[in-house]
Write a protein that binds this ligand. Structure first.
Ligand code: S3P
Length: 450
């Protein structure tokens, strides 16, 4: 499917965002491990969360959806005996589904084969396989430490080994996988990360009765700190069910925030957006570039902060993004690159090598597509440098099978010199199926060419 986006119309109006992708994944999986019935409102219905729900159905979890309310009958942890043969779990394009499910299954001792699309099969799995093996999980990856992953049945008997482990990179998917596996261990597990990855797992597991302590520890290098998470599995092995309202997805809101910021004359209101500080690095980056964004009606839903955002067009200047800001904006770097392209001066993104391992190579592929649109971009080993402020020409670009690249490139079309066509735009429905409709409602000129 081709999506054509044309410039020249200001964005005006109000949008409520669909539920957060990371929290939706966790809510569905954790509720399945709880004992009793969970109710989850504003659940994200999109390609990646459908993969999670389908996998849970294969694991004989009963769930039902009414509009965006998901009801789940929890099975409890350690119901390993009902599966004698490996369960085939297809995770589609969803790294979160594969990595979090691997941890949950490890805690339960269920034999399984986890596989996914050709894109998912390219993504690195050593980061979960090695620490899971250290915990005693019988897991094997395919050559090159990729999916499919095979988890063998674990006979009844000793629980998993707790670990004291330093993650080589800050990753919420890896941390969450290991925290879930740690629920099946016979003592507290301690994980250290070099940066502040999103903490939705910790917030949700605590609300389900699990003891989790977060603190910071010196690394031994001058000024260096580890973000440490210590989990003690409940002695009863029971998790309480959930009754939650999921905040709107900040990562989806990000596209609308940048869209209004770069499109002259725009003024939009985004309602009920999740504002967990481990996710909102983009706000800090845009504010340092001169963006006009006001946070209003700050509130909380089940431990997760949220609020409304008023975003107006503003001329931007270049900035520097590195360190913990990269981690707090890890999924927003593609759309931040679009803001940088419209900003006066240089934007330098560094220490962001992890972007090469997302749904596409978000350094190489992004640089190629932006170059195609006439943006002066230099790919570096761990990021890129954009010399912004030039006119963006129109043209046809490809998102390389990456939903966030597709949406970022579409946003560029709103303020380019000519129409931008995204060839392969169907991938957007993986995380934000309402993307085009929301922008059209705000006044954008977008249409689908088959
Ligand atoms: C996610 C964590 C991030 C992010 C992904 C969702 C999560 O990945 O890029 O879209 O829900 O935990 P990493 O943890 O691998 O950085």
């Amino acid at each position: 499917m081709k999506l054509a986006v044309s410039p020249g119309r200001p964005l005006m109006g109000i949008v409520s965002l669909p539920g957060d992708k990371s929290i939706s994944h966790r809510a569905a999986l954790f509720a399945s491990l709880a004992e009793g019935e969970s109710h989850i409102q504003n659940f994200l219905i999109a390609g990646v969360t459908r993969a999670m729900l389908q996998a849970l159905a294969e694991l004989e979890v009963t769930w039902s959806l009414q509009d965006t309310t998901l009801t789940i009958q929890g099975q409890g942890i350690m119901k390993r005996d009902i599966f004698s043969n490996p369960v085939n779990l297809y995770c589609g394009n969803s790294g979160t589904t594969m990595r979090l499910l691997a941890g949950g299954i490890a805690a339960c001792g269920i034999p399984a084969i986890l596989d996914g699309s050709s894109g998912l099969r390219r993504r690195p799995m050593k980061r979960i396989v090695e620490p899971l093996q250290a915990m005693g999980v019988p897991i094997q990856a395919s050559p090159g430490y990729t999916a499919p992953l095979q988890i063998a049945a674990r006979p009844q008997g000793p629980r998993l080994r707790p670990i004291n482990y330093t993650l080589p990179i800050a990753s919420a998917q890896v941390k969450s996988c290991l925290l879930l596996a740690a629920l099946g261990a016979d003592g507290p597990t301690v994980l250290r990360e070099p940066g502040p990855s999103r903490d939705h797992t910790e917030i949700m597991l605590r609300s389900m009765g699990v003891s989790i302590i977060k603190d910071q520890q010196p690394t031994g290098d001058p000024g260096g700190i580890y973000h440490q998470t210590r989990i003690s599995p409940p002695a009863s092995l029971r998790l309480s069910p959930l009754n939650i309202l999921i905040p709107g997805d900040f990562s989806s809101a990000a596209f609308l925030i940048v869209a209004a910021t770069i499109t002259p004359g725009s003024e939009i209101n985004l309602i009920g957006v999740g504002l967990n500080p481990t996710r909102t690095g983009l706000l800090d980056a845009l504010q340092s570039m001169g963006a006009d964004i006001q946070v209003r009606n700050k509130r909380e839903s089940h431990g997760e902060p949220l609020g409304d955002l008023l975003v107006r067009y503003a001329p931007l200047r270049g900035t520097r993004i590195s360190g913990s800001l990269v981690i707090r904006a890890i999924d927003e770097i593609p759309v931040l690159a679009i803001a940088a392209a419209f900003a006066r001066g240089k934007t330098i993104v560094s220490q962001a090598d992890e972007l090469r391992h997302k749904e596409s190579n978000r350094i190489g592929d992004l640089s190629r597509e932006l170059h195609q649109l006439g943006i002066e971009i230099e790919e570096t080993q761990d990021g890129f440098i954009i010399n912004g402020g030039q006119d963006l020409r129109g043209g046809t670009v490809t998102p390389h099978g990456d939903h966030r690249l597709a949406m970022a490139l579409a946003v560029a079309g709103l303020a380019a010199r000519d129409t931008i066509v995204i060839d392969g735009a169907e991938i957007i429905s993986e995380s934000f199926p309402e993307f085009s409709a929301s922008l059209r409602d705000l006044g954008a000129a977008m249409h689908i060419e088959q």
